[in-house]
Write a protein that binds this ligand. Structure first.
Ligand SMILES: [Zn+2]
Length: 235
């Protein structure tokens, strides 16, 4: 992990708006497989403020082996993601592929829109090592409690090369479904809480660049510009 210095403290109690985490380190991995993933549109409060997708198909054909990390400023990262309603074999395969991608980049979290699928799902593991008790899948997640405040260095796989201090809540409780559709709640603090907040942001189209301070934006302006130019050239 190349980011995980958690520097403590600001002054936010109760609710706050904070979030983002990640690490970049390439290590090749191979995978094959393909399948379909089913999801349906949910009602989206426009107050959440991201781009609302105009058309969502009820079913999407996905070649899982072709999934790759979507980088800023790809507009898919700005969509409000839709709820997952089908917990089928395709979803299992999709999640398996997401873990492969996350670990290949030494990431500690990855949200579905970061691999181009705008559904409400993220995976996380603060250890960045495959397996273990902290590895988790969070589907249709909601942060239902927040407390404390914490400032820490964050990066994001969709912003390679960029890291900056972001203020987050120190502890959160999340309610989500697991890969089999069973609801659970989990309370986390520190890095894991930071990951939950960062990844939940992704599902509402909120990015690291939205959470950066003005100073961080200035510091990283060249890197942000490079990413914008790379994206423009890829079109
Ligand atoms: Zn991110």
């Amino acid at each position: 992990m190349n980011y995980a210095r958690i520097i403590v403290n600001g002054g936010c109690r109760g609710r706050c708006v904070c979030d983002h985490v990640y690490a970049v380190h390439l290590r090749g991995r191979k995978h094959s497989g393909h399948g379909t993933l089913m999801f349906q549109q949910q009602l989206i409060p426009s107050s959440l403020g991201g781009k609302i997708p105009d058309v969502m198909s009820a079913m999407s054909e996905i070649d899982f082996s072709a999934l790759k990390v979507v980088k800023y400023p790809d507009p898919r990262l700005r969509e409000i993601c839709t709820a997952v309603e089908e917990f089928d074999d395709s979803l299992h395969r999709f999640v398996e592929r997401m873990f492969e991608i996350m670990y290949a980049f030494n990431g500690v979290g990855l949200a579905a829109p970061q691999v181009g699928q705008t559904i409400r799902l993220f995976i996380a593991n603060p250890t960045a090592e495959p397996g273990g008790e902290y590895e988790g899948v969070y589907i249709n997640p909601e942060i239902i409690e927040r407390s404390g405040s914490d400032v820490g260095e964050e990066g994001c796989l969709s912003f390679p090369g960029i890291s900056c201090k972001i203020k987050r809540c120190e502890a959160v409780t999340i309610r989500a479904s697991n890969i089999d559709g069973e609801t659970f709640t989990q309370t986390a603090e520190g890095l894991q809480a930071r990951i939950f907040q960062h990844e939940s942001d992704h599902l509402d189209g909120i990015l690291l660049s939205d959470r950066m301070s003005t100073v961080a934006k200035i510091t990283n302006r060249r890197l942000l510009k490079d990413l914008e130019e790379d994206y423009a050239q890829s079109k």
